[in-house]
Design a protein around this ligand. Sequence first.
Ligand SMILES: Cc1cc2nc3c(=O)[nH]c(=O)nc-3n(C[C@H](O)[C@H](O)[C@H](O)COP(=O)(O)O)c2cc1C
Length: 342
Amino acid sequence: MMEACEHMSFEGDAPAAAEEAVIKDRRELALVAVERTRMPMVVSDPTQPDNPIVLANQAFFDLTGYTADEVLGRNCRFLQGPDTAPSAIEAIRRGLATGQHFVEVELLNYRKDGSSFWNQLVISPVHDEDGSTIYYFASQKDSSSIRLARELATTEKTLLKEVDHRSMNALALVESILKLTKADRVEDFSTAVQGRVAAIASAHRLLSEGNWAGAELRDLAQRELGSLDIEFSGPETRLPPHVVQPLALILHELRTNAQVHGALSEPDGHVSLHWRADDLFLWLSWEEASEGNTKPVLRPGLGLRIVKNVVQAQLAGELNLAPREIGLKAEFKIPLDRRLAT
Ligand SMILES: Cc1cc2nc3c(=O)[nH]c(=O)nc-3n(C[C@H](O)[C@H](O)[C@H](O)COP(=O)(O)O)c2cc1C
């Protein structure tokens, strides 16, 4: 048996390297281990100008796509590129300058073919008897897939939280509808509730199609009002998720009211919906017009109670219902910042 193995105990099969007569001592065995491990590794020499790489293993070449000739003699910073965080590079610089026992940093690096990977880099100094740093030893682990999994887990968590929040919100809406709906006959109760719950369900589908990241106001209006003679105008407005279902219910109530009591119950009646928004608020204006007889405004019945309840209690918004001779004009100011809503 070779010298090196006499004072080493291996578990399981002896490493292939141990069978080769060329291995003279521990140092050589360590070199073979470095060469054969799947962990990319390099050694640099800080006693030479710009701390060049003096040793790199096959796993490093496999990871980066460079050959030994292209790597040896160069400082490792050649792996950095446009999206490498300057703060990560600074952390390495500081760690090396202050003689940290380990410098551990995760940073974006680039292969020879230009593709990027996340490098979980660990660098440690090797000292001589006097305590001077004679080498740096580093391992580079491709952490791209771990990072992706971490990011996916975070996204999934956020998404689940959002869905949970929205479901609670939808249930609160349904609860308020049930509480406010009064009907003597079961059939009337059921009809009154069904259309409203369907509006909430349709907005739910819209949210789910957009991965719960909100919805375009135009898409929501199209779903709720698209089949009618209603003119929309307003800029592209992304509604945050918490506004989508309550607003669907408001549009549903306005539409039903217009169909039963307002402009849309007249052959020549029509409605326009206009909106504008900034980062904080959405201003929505609903205007009915008809050449026919004077129409009542939004009847002070269930529809109005629901609209008021949703705007004020759920969205922390304001509404202004102006009675007009020929139809309803309703104006809404709705906060878009979730912290202002329930
Ligand atoms: C042994 C060793 C290995 C290194 N490996 C990498 C690496 O894989 N990727 C990287 O971006 N930087 C690596 N670095 C860091 C750079 O070589 C350099 O120290 C860093 O960019 C900060 O110095 P600078 O400001 O002179 O560029 C390594 C440094 C040492 C000493």
